[in-house]
Design a binder for this molecule. Sequence first.
Ligand SMILES: [Zn+2]
Length: 309
Amino acid sequence: MMKKVKNSIVLLLVLVMSLVFSGCSAKDIGQNKISDDQLQVHFISVGQGDSELIKLPTGENVLIDSGPPSCRDTLIKYLKDKGVKEINMAITTHPHTDHIGCMKDIFETFKVDNIMRPDCDYDSLIYTNFLYSIEENKINEIIPQPGYTFDEGDAHFEVLGPLKKYDDCNDMSVVVMMTYGENKFLFTGDMQSDAEKDLINAGCDLNADVLKVGHHGSNTSSCEEFLDKVTPSIAVIEVGADNEYNLPSDKTIARIAQNGATVYRTDKSGNIVICSNGKKLTVVTDDSTEGFINNVLFGTDSDEAASSQ
Ligand SMILES: [Zn+2]
């Protein structure tokens, strides 16, 4: 009997302590974690480069880009920690090293069913090895035309670009619009203004809730006309801290802010995860330097955006 009472007291104490130390009201606790029954889009902090993991609640995984070679261990550990075993679709937006850096390692570590890449000429040892490893690992290769679509779980993907052959490899980036319920995410790789304007002139529907900002926030991307078509609520910049290219550009950030989006940056916030239940978006940022988790809820069909903190 005494043991039972003692156990109850311990349980009560644990409950009280967890509430105190979480620093949240009971209402906030449910929002303060990444929900497995929602779509998750992880903008992974890989230093100066891009990598996004899209995790469906039904178990499918899509990986867009794989960061620079220096993030190999971090990226593989991150994916394993998230329970990834199989990648249904891997996309390399374009052949630059900060996007394909670890793809060969990804092929050798996980079961990858499909690899999508643009038809782009580029000369580097990493790119040559990447192309060779597609064959070696017998991965189904897709070089998409604009309008190519595929589905993973309840998420629908459409390739919008590149619309033509560009001399600049950045403009050859595979541009993908993902629709999940009422939420739309636009992934742009390192697309620059020329390709952005071509998408507008082609009459593409570019409107999205979330924009993966092109080319690490460079001033050569995210032109005003493009932002006016996308009108995102959330813009994510994947960029390395104190990078040698001085990215992102202050001008780009000002344009995005002027357009009305909240900007998140991996160099400031670490990993950024956006969860969607098909209607609403929750942003969870893990600022490892300050050790806090920040949550913001975004409504999609009204201005009910509200901060829980
Ligand atoms: Zn890049």
